[in-house]
Design a binder for this molecule. Structure first.
Ligand SMILES: [Zn+2]
Length: 365
């Protein structure tokens, strides 16, 4: 592959890219939302980020045609690429639609669909949907979800926001693999520089510890950015006036989404043929997401956020009842004893040469 190609050419190795034409999208379609998220990432990457050697960040982002759920970041030929598969986006659409349209969960978020009548309640929900599911069932699922008359627009908006959270956390996470220099450092260590979320990206035990710290630091930064955007009302849906949800509920959904993303990635990793030691335990990831959110919420000095993290943990516990994947991934979520300080402490205990390389490769505004 020649140096510094565009995203379309890069994505050929994954079967091609999905074209999201910003100018011609119909309003209120999921593809419009997805293109909005990518516009946001592109805007961030164009803010003049430079590394220590005064090199400007060159970043391309997009969506691949793959139905298997995946998100990725890579440095290749001097340029960085980030993105997700359309399967990742579909899976979060599916999961958030099922939760809001077909269950009595979140009774305070709008009117439960069952109160309005004719919806058959979901008895079990899969957390991570694979490509074969979509090729076999996409038609039926699309009909069932899109055909449900939810009636209550509030519930639709909350569902859209949860889908937004799951997609933007993934894209932020990939962005920070680039901005924090992870892809470049992996390159320099003689690895491919391709970082993937649903499968392990290297199988050399020497690099497991480094990879886990990279994962946690990308999670931490992605959550910090998302909470800041919500608290400043600059998150995309609010900014475009599409969704009118109180800040407190948006924060609650952000934390629920973080639990769902860390658990669904874990479920997908479990399905891969190689055992994955690159990505941390989903419980450690979830706690790390919460640890990123807490100081941001404290800056607001409002009592309305005091109990919001605990409420989200309670919500996730309720989802566990109909989602066995989530139960397995987040087993004992309220116990607290599972937190491994070495996993969370991602700033320290990296080999010195890696710290030096990271500092050189990091991009700054
Ligand atoms: Zn990652």
């Amino acid at each position: 592959m020649p140096n510094a190609v565009d995203f379309d050419t890069y994505a050929e190795q994954f079967g091609g890219a999905i074209h999201l034409d910003f100018a011609t999208q119909k309003p209120d379609t999921f593809s419009l939302y997805l293109s909005g998220y990518l516009q946001f990432i592109n805007a961030l990457s164009k803010q003049g980020l430079k590394n220590k050697r005064n090199e400007t960040l060159s970043l391309q982002s997009g969506v691949t045609v793959e139905l298997d759920s995946e998100a990725f970041a890579q440095r290749l030929g001097g340029r960085h690429y980030i993105g997700m598969s359309i399967g990742h986006f579909f899976s979060s659409v599916y999961l958030s639609s099922e939760l809001f349209y077909r269950t009595r969960l979140f009774p305070n978020f709008g009117e439960s669909p069952l109160l309005g009548g004719a919806v058959q309640e979901a008895t079990s929900i899969g957390l991570a949907i694979d490509g074969s599911f979509w090729t076999e069932h996409a038609h039926v699922v699309g009909e069932r979800i899109l055909g449900v008359d939810v009636g209550d627009k509030t519930r639709v908006n909350y569902m859209l926001f949860l889908n937004y959270v799951m997609s933007i956390l993934a894209l932020h996470h990939e962005l920070y693999h680039v901005v924090q220099g992870h892809c470049s450092v992996l390159n320099k260590l003689g690895l491919s520089g391709l970082v993937t979320e649903a499968k392990p990206y290297n199988i050399d035990p020497l690099y497991y510890k480094i990879a886990k710290k990279f994962e946690l630091s990308a999670d931490h930064a992605s959550m910090t950015l998302l909470i800041r955007m919500i608290l400043s009302d600059s998150d995309i849906h609010t900014a475009t006036g599409k969704v009118n949800i109180p800040q407190r509920d948006r924060v609650r959904l952000a934390i629920i989404g973080a639990g769902l993303v860390s658990s669904s990635w874990f479920t997908l990793q479990q399905r891969s043929k190689i055992s994955d030691k690159c990505h941390p335990d989903p419980r450690a990831r979830f706690i790390n997401f919460c640890m990123a959110a807490r100081p941001e919420l404290q800056t607001v000095q409002s009592a309305e956020f005091d109990d919001v993290i605990q409420l989200s943990i309670d919500d996730l516990a309720s989802i566990c009842v109909i989602c066995n994947d989530l139960k397995i991934a987040l087993d004992g979520i309220n116990g607290g004893s599972f937190v491994d300080a070495n996993d969370i402490d991602f700033e320290q205990n990296l080999p010195e040469n890696v710290c030096e390389l990271l500092d050189e490769e990091k991009y700054y505004y």
